[in-house]
Structure formats: C-alpha cells, structure tokens
Write a protein that binds this ligand. Structure first.
Ligand SMILES: Cc1ncc(COP(=O)(O)O)c(C=O)c1O
Length: 174
C-alpha cells in the first residue's frame, strides 16, 4: 500500500505515530535531522546505534548490542543513505527477536534494491520528494509504503486530522 503525504518528515512523523511509539526509538546518528526530529515530535525518545565506517549506514551489530527485551526500545528506524540500503535482513531479524517495529527512512534511496527487492517493499518505509532528491517535487512531497493494512489505515486517518477515508469519499467536494 502506498500513502501520499506532504513531505519525508511528515512520512516519518505519521509512521511513528501510526505505530503508537511512545518509548525509545533506535536510529542512526548519521542522518538528516528529520529522522530524530520526527521521533521527538511524536513524543518518543530517539536513541542511537553507531554507523558502519564503509557505508555510513546504521551498524546492525551495534543495534544488537543496544537492544534487548529489557530495554524501552520499541522500534528501529534504519536510514538508507546515499542510495545504499542498510543491512535489512539482519535488522528485521533483530526486530523480530525483540518484538519491535521497523520503519525504514528511505528519503535518500528511491528505487534502490536490497537483495533483489525494491526498497519500499520490505516493510513500512518513508520516502521524500524534496526538490533536491532523486525525484524532486515542487516544494516538497512524501510517501509511505507498507504491507501492514492496519498501519496503512491508521496513517490515512492521522494524515487528515482524524477523518476516515470512508467519510472523505462520501464528501462531494473531492
Ligand atoms: C534521511 C532523510 N530523512 C528525512 C528527510 C526529510 O524529508 P523532507 O525534506 O521531504 O521532509 C530527508 C530529506 O532531506 C532525509 O535526507
């Protein structure tokens, strides 16, 4: 499923709110400010795991060292930088073992592939169409892709001030 939003920042904020993340969210310290900013603005707390020297993406071994079922971390937001995806197989495995959500920040990674799969098809993913990006919009734009029906429905409601898509489609002005 694909949900259009106003910016990559909104995509992250709505995704974090869609998952009801109120504790700590583990992300990369090497990213655009919007990643940690969206976590903070959704009233969760950003926590950081260090990056790989070769790719500058979050290091899954550092995630493994930081997270456990005893920590208050309830999601991981890996950031795919410069068109290169983070180590998603390991990250999804760690997330499953620790029962936490994953939201991918793919603002800089439109059309990239990870092990033959397009980024955006693995789970819940946020994209940006800021004019400086590979596919730049006029002003800004964003998109969330997800394969979780419940999350998609929640985000669709959150993005328009709580109005359900059913109510919206019954309005004759759209
Ligand atoms: C990694 C990353 N995340 C999030 C964003 C935010 O996207 P936007 O500028 O569309 O709000 C950007 C864009 O600059 C980005 O590079």
């Amino acid at each position: 499923m694909l949900i259009g939003v106003a910016s990559g920042t909104d995509a992250l904020l709505l995704a974090v709110r869609g998952y009801d993340l109120t504790g700590c969210v583990l992300t990369s310290p090497f990213t655009f400010f919007a990643t940690a900013g969206a976590i903070h603005n959704a009233r969760a707390t950003p926590k950081f795991a260090d990056i790989e020297h070769e790719t500058f993406n979050i290091d899954h071994t550092k995630i493994q060292e930081t997270i456990s079922k005893e920590t208050d971390i309830n999601a991981i937001i890996p950031v795919h930088l410069f068109g290169k995806p983070a180590e998603m197989d390991s990250i999804y495995e760690i997330a499953k073992d620790n029962d936490v959500a994953v939201i991918e920040d793919a603002a800089q990674t439109l059309c990239a592939e990870y092990n033959g799969k397009k980024i955006g098809s693995l789970g819940t993913t946020c994209f940006s169409f800021f004019p400086s990006k590979n596919l730049g919009g006029f002003g800004d734009g964003g998109m969330i892709t997800t394969n979780d029906d419940d999350i998609a429905e929640k985000i669709r409601i959150l993005r328009i001030q709580g109005v359900t898509p059913q109510v919206l489609s019954s309005c004759n002005w759209i």
